[in-house]
Design a binder for this molecule. Structure first.
Ligand code: FES
Length: 210
C-alpha cells in the first residue's frame, strides 16, 4: 500500500540533517561504490523520519535528492512505495496493524475494531489529541505471534486480543506499555508450552528404540 502525501498540515520550508545525522549520512553513502550513492536513499529516508518526529516532509526528500545527486522524483518514488515511510504526521503513537491472512485468521479484525471503538477513530485517522494514529499494513513477518501491531516502526506487540489491546493502548499513553507477547508467551514458543520430538513420539505411541 503506498502512502499518499496529504496536504491538510504544514510542510516545513527547509530540512537539514543534524550534525550527528550528517555523520551517519556520510557513513551510509560510503557503503556504496563511487557513483552509486543513490543506493543510500532508503537509509537516508529512515534517518530523516527519525529526526522529524516520525514523518518525512517534502523538504527532506528534496535535501536527500540533493545530497545523493539523484532526481527528486526518484526519492519520492521510494518514499511513497513503502509503508514504513510516513509522509504526513502520524501522532505520538503510530499503530500499524497487520491485517494479512494469518493475523486475520487469528482475530486481527476484532482487535482493530476494539481499538477503533476505544479511541473513537477509524483506520487512517488520528485522535484529536494527536496521541494515536491507526493504520493497516501487510504481513509484518511475526505471523507466529498473530495478531500483531507495530508501534512507531520499531516495537512489535503480539498475541493481541480485543481485551488486552485496549490495556496496551492505555499503558502506552501512560508510558508503561511493554512490547512483545501480551499473553506472557516467551518469544514464539508453543502456546501450550515447551514440547520435544521425544514427547510427541510418545504421545503418538511410538515405542522407544523402535
Ligand atoms: S500475517 Fe500478520 S505478521 Fe504475518
Amino acid at each position: 500500500m503506498s502512502v499518499a502525501v496529504k496536504k491538510d498540515f504544514e510542510q516545513p520550508k527547509d530540512f537539514k540533517f543534524s550534525k550527528e545525522n550528517m555523520v551517519k549520512v556520510e557513513l551510509h553513502i560510503a557503503k556504496y561504490p563511487k557513483g552509486r550513492q543513490a543506493s543510500a536513499v532508503m537509509a537516508l529516508l529512515t534517518l530523516a523520519q527519525e529526526q522529524h518526529d516520525g514523518w518525512i516532509p517534502e523538504a527532506a526528500m528534496e535535501e536527500i535528492a540533493r545530497i545523493l545527486d539523484m532526481p527528486r522524483v526518484k526519492v519520492f518514488e521510494v518514499a511513497t512505495f513503502y509503508t514504513m515511510y510516513n509522509l504526513s504526521p502520524k501522532g505520538k503513537h503510530h499503530i500499524q496493524f497487520c491485517t494479512t491472512t494469518p493475523c486475520w485468521l487469528a482475530g486481527s479484525a476484532e482487535v482493530v475494531r476494539a481499538c477503533e471503538k476505544h479511541l473513537g477513530i477509524h483506520l487512517g485517522e488520528t485522535t484529536p489529541d494527536g496521541e494515536f494514529h491507526l493504520s493497516d499494513v501487510e504481513c509484518l513477518g511475526a505471523c507466529v505471534n498473530a495478531p500483531v501491531f507495530q508501534h512507531n516502526g520499531d516495537d512489535f506487540y503480539e498475541d493481541l486480543t480485543p481485551e488486552n489491546v485496549v490495556k496496551v493502548l492505555d499503558d502506552m499513553k501512560a508510558g508503561k506499555a511493554r512490547p512483545g507477547s501480551q499473553t506472557g508467551r516467551v518469544t514464539s514458543m508453543s502456546i501450550k508450552g515447551a514440547t520435544t520430538l521425544h514427547d510427541q513420539a510418545k504421545k503418538a505411541g511410538v515405542k522407544e528404540n523402535s
